[in-house]
Design a protein around this ligand. Structure first.
Ligand code: CO
Length: 177
């Protein structure tokens, strides 16, 4: 396992269409393992294969679930994901590991139903709501060569970024208690 280099917004690879995965082999498992390491190292909420220079329809989503007042962090692997159904709408700020420091307001569905394959080629369905729905749409966009900056209605101001950082620090302080 290894940490791979995350491409930046100037890299043309980010704007290309990724190909379907047909072989659920060791090469795919190595890619997924490396992507997990890369995502953990970057402390992100999601990562798509084209971001590490591999034009394959593979992505990771970090799901935060609050069950019994406990925060559980779970990384979900999706191969060849397809959105089957969307419900509602949400407007909120969004960022990307390939565009560090920039956040924009993007409209996304409130809930999405996805059909995907796991690393062994087994099909599954997954419903994501709220932030998870946003992350899924953002990562699937990457597989189609779309970066969130092209969808943002506007970008957050320096003041809004400061508020967001302050809020995050507060949340983290609460989590530690
Ligand atoms: Co991104």
């Amino acid at each position: 396992m290894a940490i791979r280099n995350i491409l930046g917004e100037r890299d043309t690879g980010l704007y290309k269409n990724s190909r379907i995965v047909t072989d659920f082999n060791k090469r795919l498992h190595l890619l997924l393992d490396d992507m997990r390491d890369t995502l953990a190292d970057a402390n992100g909420l999601g990562l798509a294969a084209p971001q590490v220079g591999v034009l394959r329809r593979v992505l990771l989503i970090v799901e935060m679930r609050n069950e019994d007042d406990e925060l559980i962090e779970d990384v979900i692997e999706m191969v060849n994901p397809e959105i089957m159904e969307t419900t509602g709408e949400q407007s909120g700020s969004e960022g990307c590991l390939s565009v560090p420091g920039l956040y924009g307001i993007v409209v996304r569905p409130e809930s999405v139903l996805v059909r995907a394959y796991d690393r062994h080629g087994k099909q599954f369905e997954y419903r994501g709501d709220g932030l998870t729905a946003r992350a899924i749409c953002h990562e699937i966009d990457h597989l189609n060569g779309v970066v969130f900056t092209s969808l943002a209605k506007r970008f957050l101001t320096e003041e809004e970024l400061e508020n967001m950082r302050a809020q995050r620090e507060e949340d983290e302080a609460e989590d530690r208690q």
